[in-house]
Design a protein around this ligand. Structure first.
Ligand SMILES: Nc1ncnc2c1ncn2[C@@H]1O[C@H](COP(=O)(O)OP(=O)(O)OP(=O)(O)O)[C@@H](O)[C@H]1O
Ligand SMILES: [Mg+2]
Length: 334
């Protein structure tokens, strides 16, 4: 079964084609990052307009790179939330038009579930390489920081979440404070590479017994040190900040694994591209750790197509509700 997945929840116009939920045929991502960089964050109206301009060329490229014609597709999948309302609507309406024109089913996908299923694009055909259930999910992205228990395909229980900023937001704001570029996560990683941790920050809520997070205090601590008269060099501050974020993410994920006797840990979302997080999760976790390659951690259309395949297999969603499928900016998982 070949599914074309469309993703426009934020600032990437992305389309991918996936066969049977696991085989990646193409993934084309057009990032708007340069358009928003001068504002230091995403401007929703600018994002929606850019999606309109990029959509058709990206669609054509995705089919071409997959070596597939539109008539070879079996379903259209699209992110229906969470995300920016205007951006979601562009992708959703394009998807509806396509599904109606091609006479194909339309599957509305939760973007966060897409981040989870990015891993199935790595697993390949061998079931031994696939995550087993129950599986703890550490979902760390630009808008979310959550720990979920995935009990089976399509069934999630929310175990903990951030009480303020997401991990990605914390990286972005920290980078801005340090005079680095946007998005901040890759920038912090870049300047901190190979730098020993001499500037120590306290990891927030590390031993509070919950699976919740808080990053706003850490951000303020960084701000004070960055503005102090005797300030440490930017690489040292970045390395200390990155270490404090990673330590609390990994500690809580491991706690969730232990409490739930999980068979594996899956780390997903844009922040899962972080090298230190990947390394520490793999080093410290007693059960198998699954993290998609960095290009599949950040937003892409193939993860949406993969999620749709497993939804269809599980008999979720009610088949074909083209005109009823609506954008849900605050959609939740679990
Ligand atoms: N190497 C990295 N280290 C740390 N953070 C990173 C890295 N690469 C990307 N990020 C962060 O990932 C975030 C973007 O992730 P993603 O694209 O999944 O977010 P989003 O789609 O905007 O949010 P959501 O998925 O919650 O809707 C940004 O905050 C960015 O700084
Ligand atoms: Mg995302």
């Amino acid at each position: 079964m070949r599914i074309l997945g469309i993703e426009t929840s934020c600032d990437e116009t992305a389309i991918g084609v996936v066969e049977d939920g696991r085989k990646l045929l193409s993934s084309v991502v057009s990032s708007q990052v340069e358009l928003h960089a001068r504002y230091g964050g995403i401007v929703p109206e600018v994002a929606s307009r850019q999606h309109v301009l990029a959509m058709l060329p990206i669609y054509r490229q995705a089919l071409e790179r997959a070596g597939v014609a539109a008539r070879d597709l079996d379903a259209i999948a699209v992110t229906r939330g969470p995300g920016l309302a205007g951006s979601l609507l562009v992708g959703l309406n394009f998807a509806k038009g396509l599904a109606l024109a091609l006479g194909l089913p339309l599957v509305g996908v939760n973007h966060l579930e897409g981040h989870v299923y990015a891993q199935w694009l790595e697993a390949g055909a061998d079931p031994a390489d696939q995550p087993g259930f129950p599986l703890v999910i550490l979902l760390v992205s630009g808008g979310h920081t959550e720990i979920l228990l995935m009990e089976e395909h399509g069934r999630y229980k929310l175990l903990g979440m951030t009480r303020d900023d997401s991990a990605g937001e914390a990286f972005d704001k920290a980078a801005r404070e340090l005079g680095l570029g946007f998005p901040g996560g890759p920038e912090i990683q870049r300047v901190a590479a190979g730098v020993p941790v001499t500037e120590r920050f306290t990891s927030p809520m590390l031993r509070d017994g919950t699976l919740d997070f808080s990053f706003s205090g850490l951000k303020t601590a960084l701000l004070h040190r960055a503005r102090a008269a005797q300030r440490a060099p930017v690489p040292a501050l970045a390395a200390g900040f990155q270490r404090a974020v990673v330590d609390v993410l990994v500690a809580k994920a491991l706690d969730a694994v232990e409490r739930n006797n999980a068979r594996g840990l899956l780390v997903g979302g844009g922040v899962a591209a972080n090298a230190l997080l990947r390394e520490e999760a793999r080093r410290r976790c007693p059960v198998p750790v699954f993290i998609p390659r960095p290009a599949l951690c950040t937003d892409n259309g193939s993860m949406i197509a993969a999620a749709a395949f497993f939804m269809l297999q599980a008999g979720l969603p009610p088949p074909n509700v083209i005109l009823d499928t609506d954008a849900t900016p605050n959609l939740r998982l679990g």
